[in-house]
Design a protein around this ligand. Structure first.
Ligand code: GLU
Length: 502
């Protein structure tokens, strides 16, 4: 059987990382089995439709490298890939279900239903529209064919409901989920779900099943929040006379505290993103925060899937070859912002330095600072292993471009001694006279000077760093000296002497 999977988001807003992870698992599974990954937009709910959401979903998946084989952009033989363009198909199929008696037309108004609900509540009961009361309500199972048609003809508002269970049916339905295993469901407790709404639009349940069948979806890999719908979906397949796909319900991504589903509010509270890309100016995504797509992919893959073994860093190709539905965990994955950052820091060390240099260039522009004669790639290489987020570049590299204007008081108090000005003046002269200005030769030169004059190296290194950087941060001091050049170094040393020792 050819593997065909789909990611089927509803365009109601930005794509949450829970959705990203579902898309990722579908993608990994498809690629592992040389199958097809379909992106289908489930836009039947007009009330919740947000125009910007669909392009956002495409862009976010593209940034992450989760590229669909078939979608409204890529095309394919099973389109259209937007449910709003497939309405005719749903009408055709729902009529089949009504004709054979598996679904029925219900005329109960929202007011009538609300009244019955509150009556039940006042008796301490719950109103469920199902086999127990279906025969006493206003629908085509109680009305004659003629009455039903007349009401429809008169334009009486109605919905179409699915007959979940009737007394003659087997009460227990045994379901098989690749993650959860066997689940027994008592059908007599469930309600007759609406398949077509009053506005004539199919509900998620109908459209989803018809599309999964028509698009020849072999495996449905989706969020656990859909597990309660699985019985209905399996029954719908059976009512249509179709074979159901294999189901795998992926556990939720939990809040950092481990309690409840991760939400945007948690992100705001703890200062981390929950969307891949910026949604609006107040809602930056992982990209804008400075995460690399590879690290987010790696982190999300392991948040709910456990390949066993010690390996933590997986490229997309490695994820594809190791992925299996069986290794998806049953319990929810707690989102740990620090661990997510750790992955990012690991990946940042190995990316091409031109990416870091490009980010530096962006920051220079933003801060209206010129790079002068400085080599951005060289500086990128020096700071790369000090970054946790790509957006840390300025924090780690600003002093290469901007000479310090003041000096860290605590560092000065501790490191700047009475003889520091004298020692640093000699160091400045030494640097000024150097023939070669690699970090190595400067190091040899300064260490030689310290040795020859019986000065501990510590008396030079820390004050030199204070003079060049303004504080005790940054990479190797000889590298800094060499990267900013002789002229800058000498002038920074002399300025510091004047400023601090004055
Ligand atoms: N449109 C549903 C959602 O937004 C899809 C659920 C499914 O994959 O069946 O999550």
């Amino acid at each position: 059987m050819a593997v065909r999977v789909r990611f089927a988001p509803s365009p109601t807003g930005p794509l949450h990382i829970g959705g990203v992870r579902t898309a990722l698992y579908n993608y990994l599974f498809a690629k592992k089995h040389k199958g097809t990954f379909v992106l289908r937009i489930e836009d039947t709910d007009q009330n919740r439709y947000v125009k910007e959401a669909e392009p956002y979903i495409h862009n976010a998946l593209a940034w992450l490298g989760i590229v669909p084989d078939e979608s409204s952009r890529e095309n394919g033989a099973f389109g259209p890939y937007r449910q709003s363009e497939r309405k005719k198909l749903y009408v055709k199929h729902i009529n089949e279900l009504v004709n054979v008696g598996n679904a029925y037309v219900a005329f109960d108004t929202p007011e009538e239903l609300a009244r019955m609900r509150s009556e039940a509540e006042s008796k301490g009961e719950t109103f469920i529209y199902n086999w127990k009361n279906r025969n006493a309500l206003k629908n085509s199972t109680t009305l004659s064919e003629k009455e039903t048609q007349e009401l429809i003809g008169k334009g009486a508002p109605h919905v179409i409901r699915f007959k979940m269970y009737s007394e003659k049916d087997e009460r227990n339905l045994r379901l098989h989920d690749q993650v959860r295993g066997t689940i027994d469901v008592d059908l007599s407790l469930l309600d007759d779900k609406i398949l077509v709404k009053q506005d004539g639009m199919p509900t998620y349940h109908l459209a989803n099943i018809v599309d999964d069948h028509c698009m020849e979806i072999s495996h449905v890999i989706r969020g656990e929040e859909w597990l309660p719908s699985m019985a209905l979906h399996v029954l719908l397949y059976s009512a249509f006379g179709w074979n159901p796909p294999v189901f795998a319900h992926v556990p939720l991504i939990l809040k950092p505290t481990g309690k409840g589903k991760l939400s945007k509010r948690d992100g705001d509270k703890f200062g981390f993103p929950v969307f891949p890309l910026e949604w609006d100016e107040n809602t930056p995504g992982f990209k804008e925060y400075g995460y690399l797509p590879e690290s987010l992919i790696n982190y999300l893959a392991l948040l709910g899937w456990s390949p066993g073994g010690e390996q933590e860093l997986f490229s997309m190709d490695e994820l594809i070859s190791s992925f299996s539905l069986e290794a998806i965990t049953k319990s929810g994955g707690r989102f740990d912002p620090e661990r997510c950052k750790w992955f990012n820091q690991q990946y940042l060390q190995h990316i091409d330095s031109s990416i870091v240099a490009a980010e530096l260039e962006k920051e220079l522009k933003k801060n209206s600072v010129s790079s002068g004669a400085l080599d951005l790639i060289r500086i990128a290489k020096l700071i790369q292993n000090r970054l946790t987020l790509l957006t840390d570049v300025w924090k780690e590299a600003d002093f290469f471009f901007v000479a310090p204007e003041d000096y860290d008081e605590k560092a000065v108090r501790k490191q700047w001694k009475d003889d520091t000005a004298k020692i640093l003046s000699s160091v400045a002269e030494l640097i000024d006279s150097a023939d070669e200005t690699t970090a190595h030769t400067l190091g040899v030169l300064i260490k030689g000077y310290a040795n020859d004059n019986g000065i501990g190296l510590g008396k030079i290194m820390a004050p030199l760093r204070i003079a060049l950087v303004g504080s005790l941060r940054g990479p190797d001091v000889f590298e800094i000296c060499s990267a900013i050049g002789i002229e800058n170094s000498v002038s920074r040393i002399n300025t510091a002497i004047k400023h601090i020792s004055a």
